[in-house]
Design a protein around this ligand. Structure first.
Ligand SMILES: Nc1ncnc2c1ncn2[C@@H]1O[C@H](COP(=O)(O)OP(=O)(O)OP(=O)(O)O)[C@@H](O)[C@H]1O
Ligand SMILES: [Mg+2]
Length: 495
């Protein structure tokens, strides 16, 4: 019986000295052996340890084959652990979250946390490998981050199946809930990526516009919202009919009628990112393709003022004489404005429905224009631009939305006068909004309404004066016996 403690002591002593000798050899190897030999030794020690260990390890690296894109699995695990580790981890790092007013916590490097799934215990470690810097290396020292999951081999099937599925699914949901939406732009003069750079630069998207604050006929608003929501919920439908999950919107109408505002409202409704594509800054069709491939899912790709962006008007209907000359002049101007860009109409059409436009999924493509009639019909046919939305002058219903937003008024005795004037003159929502905006702290709602009435009356007088001038021109031309074309009448009236 007395032998037992002594045998135990001997055993511990032997184990202790074995470990000490091993550590000593390891220290010598680290100190004196060349890097290659060290790596070799490490590799085999590792293999022997793994052979005897009952634990399995899975690594999830931040970058895999494609160095330009973070691995989706890594991003999902990062999000999952940001919520599940923040209660147990002792060292956390904090980053700015959604709307820049809350901090999102996640586990810091080399931190270890435990998770449980159906009574199985697993361990996560956040780690990184710093690659050796070589003298004269082109790229600076690289850090390769990864997460390592460790679990007992008896849970192999459950962890590699159900648990990882659960982590990725929950991680993606957390990411969507926490993500800060971004507004991307392709800056002019930007050079095609060097290491790990992209052709897009971005800022946080924080536009406050919503469909609730937009002055729009209620039926039209409802129709657009339903269309957008149906699109965002139709993943299976698009897959079933064999169509890429994207939808094109053409927004057209005079300046100040809310086209850009509607894009922001769309992004806020669907929680999408916005890619504001400046076509004049795109060198050629190849660059356009690269830009498109970089866009991510759940995004709106916007080309504003498509008619001014490039000479994309294609083969327009032939017009006679002067109109044709104007047309040519205009094209020349557009060409000059668009600088050296060689993006063509066919390049843009391929951009909309080419094979690679399907990569990424769930995307809206929005064009805006002030002159829909100038666009090539091929560019805006259904199937490319699926929904055409006209944004027009402000009606009384639109005014009521703005009065509620700007002045918190639902009704007022001056509303009737405004309704009457709005039926007679055209005014853009931008002009209505400007008049309803208090100009000093002393301005009350009634003063703002009077300011709008005054603007409407002035617009009415102007329209009446123009109509009278046009009438006079017609009368003069009839007295002179000459026949005046529509164009010539317009010219004379403007004189
Ligand atoms: N329908 C609308 N509802 C609410 N506000 C509007 C609306 N239309 C315009 N506005 C207001 O007018 C301003 C200008 O509107 P916006 O930039 O959306 O016009 P636009 O149609 O894009 O003009 P442009 O053709 O010149 O680009 C916005 O900041 C917004 O405050
Ligand atoms: Mg605009």
């Amino acid at each position: 019986m007395e032998m037992v403690p002594s045998t135990m002591t001997e055993m511990w002593t032997t184990m202790g000295s074995t470990i000490a000798s091993f550590m000593f050899i390891w220290a010598i190897i680290r100190q004196y052996c060349p890097y290659e030999l060290r790596r070799y030794f490490e590799k085999y020690t590792h293999t022997i340890m793994t052979y005897f260990s009952p634990y399995i390890k899975i690594s999830i690296h931040e970058f895999t084959g494609d160095r330009l894109k973070r691995s989706e699995a890594y991003v999902a695990v990062e999000a999952y652990l940001s919520v599940n580790s923040s209660k147990t981890a002792k060292r956390l790092k904090a980053e700015m979250g959604k709307d820049s007013n809350n901090l999102v916590l996640s586990m810091d490097e080399y931190e270890k946390v435990t998770d449980e799934f159906r009574a199985a215990k697993v361990w996560w470690v956040a780690s990184k490998v710093v690659s050796a810097t070589r003298p004269m290396a082109y790229y600076p020292e690289q850090e390769k981050r990864y997460y390592r999951l460790t679990f007992h081999k008896r849970y192999r099937e459950m962890i590699t199946g159900a648990y990882l599925e659960h982590v990725v699914k929950e991680g993606k949901e957390i990411k969507v809930r926490n993500r800060q939406r971004k507004l991307y732009t392709n800056s002019p003069g930007y050079k095609w990526p060097s290491y790990k750079q992209t052709m897009w630069s971005h800022i946080v998207f924080e536009h406050p516009a919503t469909f609730g604050t937009m002055a729009l006929e209620p039926d039209k608003k409802k129709e657009i919202i339903e269309d957008l929501v149906t699109f965002s919920e139709s993943k299976e439908f698009y897959a079933r009919i064999g169509k890429a999950w994207k939808r094109g919107y053409l927004l057209y109408g005079p300046p100040g009628t809310g086209k850009s505002t509607m894009i922001a409202a769309m992004a806020n409704l669907l929680n999408y990112d916005v890619y504001d594509l400046e076509l004049t800054a795109v060198k050629d069709n190849t660059e356009l393709r690269k830009l498109l491939i970089e866009t991510t899912s759940k995004s709106i790709i916007v080309i504003e003022d498509i008619d001014c962006s490039l000479d994309l008007t294609g083969q327009r209907k032939k017009k006679g004489g002067k109109a044709m000359a104007d047309d040519e002049k205009e094209r020349k101007e557009v060409k000059e404005e668009s600088g050296n860009s060689k993006v063509t109409l066919s390049g843009l059409l391929n951009f909309i429905d080419g094979l690679w436009s399907a990569c990424g999924g769930e995307r809206l493509i929005v064009f805006t224009t002030n002159y829909v009639e100038k666009l090539d019909p091929a560019l805006i046919r259904r199937g490319r631009m699926d929904k055409h939305i006209e944004l027009s002058y402000c009606g009384f219903e639109g005014f009521k939305v703005l009065a509620k937003n700007y002045l918190n008024l639902e009704t007022h005795p001056l509303f009737d006068a405004i309704d009457g004037l709005m039926k007679e003159v055209k005014i853009t929502p931008a002009d209505v909004a400007e008049n309803l905006m208090p100009k000093s702290p002393l301005d009350d709602a009634e003063k703002c309404l009077w300011s709008l009435i005054q603007a409407l009356e002035e617009a009415k007088e102007e329209a009446e004066a123009e109509a009278a001038a046009a009438k006079k021109v017609v009368e003069q031309s009839q007295d002179g016996g000459g026949v005046c074309s529509e164009n010539c009448l317009a010219e004379k009236a403007s004189e």
